[in-house]
Design a protein around this ligand. Structure first.
Ligand code: SF4
Length: 213
C-alpha cells in the first residue's frame, strides 16, 4: 500500500485519517507497521519539518507488560528517531526505576509520531490523522496497562473533557486496558525536583508497578 498522502485541505482530514488507518490495519506485525509509518506524509507541516517519524519502541523482549504513551517527539527524539531519549526520557527512566518498573518491558510510544515545530502542542487534525498508527500499535502489542503521560495523551484515551488532576491516581478501563493518566515528565522538569508534577508522576508510576505485581 502506498504511503498516506498529504490532505489537500482541512476538510480532507478525515479522509487522510482513514487512509492512515487503512495503511496501519494492513500492517501484519511491528516491522510492517514501522515500514508503513516511516514514509507517512499525512500532516504536511510536520512531514516538512521532521527529521524522523518516531514510530516508537516495542518492549525489548516478549509481550508489553505496559505501555508508556506521551504526546509527540521532541528535538532529541526527532534527531535520533527514538521516543523519550531526551531530558524527559532521562527523568522518566529515573522515575521508572524508583517506582520499580522496567522500561525494557514497556512499549514506548507517542500519540503523534512527528515532532511539531518548536515543540508546540499537536493540532487536533494531526492527532486525528496519526491516531490510526497508535490504534494498530495497541492492537499488535496489546499491553494490558497503559500509562498516559500528559494531558494530550490522557485526552486521547479518556476523552476531550479530561482534567488530569481528576483523572489521576486510579486506573480507567478503556477497551479492556487499565489506563493510568499522569503528568508528562516535561512538566516534572518544568516545575522542578520539589514540584508537584514530579511527586505525582512518581506516585502514579509506583501505583502502576503495584498493580502489575
Ligand atoms: S504525525 Fe503521524 S499522521 Fe502526521 S505525518 Fe507524522 S506519522 Fe503521518
Amino acid at each position: 500500500m502506498a504511503a498516506p498522502r498529504p490532505p489537500r485541505s482541512d476538510a480532507q482530514t478525515r479522509e487522510s485519517a482513514e487512509e492512515v488507518a487503512r495503511a496501519a490495519a494492513a500492517a501484519a506485525d511491528w516491522p510492517a507497521l514501522v515500514a508503513a509509518a516511516t514514509p507517512c506524509v499525512a500532516c504536511p507541516e510536520l512531514a516538512a519539518t521532521r527529521q524522523h517519524v518516531v514510530v516508537g519502541d516495542p518492549p525489548v523482549r516478549g509481550r508489553a507488560r505496559f505501555a508508556l504513551i506521551g504526546e509527540a517527539p521532541g528535538a532529541t527524539e526527532d534527531g535520533s528517531g527514538r521516543p523519550f531519549v531526551g531530558k524527559s526520557g532521562q527523568l522518566l527512566d529515573l522515575l521508572l526505576a524508583e517506582a520499580g518498573l522496567d522500561r525494557a518491558e514497556a512499549a514506548v510510544l507517542n500519540i503523534v509520531k512527528c515532532r511539531p515545530p518548536a515543540n508546540r502542542t499537536p493540532k487536533t487534525p494531526e492527532v486525528t490523522r496519526c491516531s490510526g498508527w497508535l490504534r494498530r500499535q495497541l492492537e499488535l502489542l496489546d499491553p494490558p496497562v497503559v500509562v498516559a503521560l500528559g494531558l494530550s495523551s490522557a485526552k486521547w484515551f479518556l476523552g476531550p473533557r479530561t482534567v488530569l488532576a481528576e483523572a489521576r491516581g486510579r486506573p480507567h478501563d478503556v477497551d479492556g486496558r487499565a489506563v493510568w493518566a499522569t503528568y508528562h515528565p516535561s512538566a516534572a522538569i518544568r516545575f522542578g525536583p520539589a514540584g508537584a508534577p514530579r511527586a505525582g508522576l512518581l506516585a502514579d508510576l509506583t501505583s502502576v508497578a503495584a498493580s502489575l505485581r
